[in-house]
Design a protein around this ligand. Sequence first.
Ligand code: GCU
Length: 359
Amino acid sequence: MSMIEKLIEERKLPELLKFADGRQVTAENWEERRQEILEILSLEEYGYAPPAPKETKVVSEDAKMPYSDFAGKAVSKTLTFTVETDCGEFTFPATEIVPISDKPRRTFVLINFRPEVPDRYYPTEELIDTGCAVIQLYYNDIAFDGRDDFKGGIAPMFDRKKYTWGKIRMWAWAASRVMDYLQTADYCDKEHVAVVGHSRLGKTALVCAAFDTRFAMACVNNSGCSGDSITRGKKGERIRQITHNFPFWFCDNYQNYIDKEEEMPFEQHWLVAAVAPRKVALGSALEDEWADPESSYLSACAASPAWELNGKAGFVHPDRMPEVGDYFAEGDIKYHLRGGKHFLSRKDWAYYAEALKSI
Ligand code: GCU
């Protein structure tokens, strides 16, 4: 047994490639298993979301930005979207920065903490230079990131008895509405759209791509607890703390596993695997102990069989734990460990842009 296999075995993870009824998962029934995983994660962790609306309408476009058009290298626009909900219309904005080119652009959907462009998590000019377009939504425009009894934003637009979604799923759902629009956007290379987010929004990006197969890749930065990090044996943040500080990110059932991680009928590497056979790029930072880089890395290792099953490479990595500067990009799961703290840095973006251009 390899060193990594041993470390994974010590975490006593629930089986990824076995159905709840004990059947073995094969390449042929992987999609059925993927649906089962998504069902369990909806029931136990993130809650159920309403189905996609019939239409996501662009109701206004504002081509005027308080910034220049980045030395004439890109066109920027703020769009307003409207969707029909069970309680009338819900409207939210998003800002796109599209490099000037006559070819379709690979596109990032960035779920961000602030609406401004540029932003400290959005190095705009560097990204324009990669040739990729970015469309950014601001998470508080969808649902307020705080205790509001689900009274604001999209939350009260649906019956909570029917749809138990926490805010992570609400933000992810909104990123899917941006994807609805991208299906109609001339500039967008529809086969190469990635969803990207940092920390709580890294969790969101991963959830979004797991549920929405139109995304070719999820770029998941420092997502940690309830994101890409395996919960069993995890250091730093645990279910007790996350559900105490941010109960509204999840459905109520998640609280059943406070200090009972070993009883969870699921694990976070299942969420990573639910993106298979598409791509995932995971990013950790050495000093981000709260997120626990080791548990993210082992999660990538443990998720790999979902790709291997489909005859794909999965996660290609050496038989050791990662070191600062490592970037394992060969397989379908990409992973990097950079030095420094919890942040979505230019360095992380450089890896994600390289990954999006390589797929
Ligand atoms: C808190 C939280 C983390 C989260 C982070 C963030 O630290 O405990 O789970 O990832 O905030 O979103 O920045």
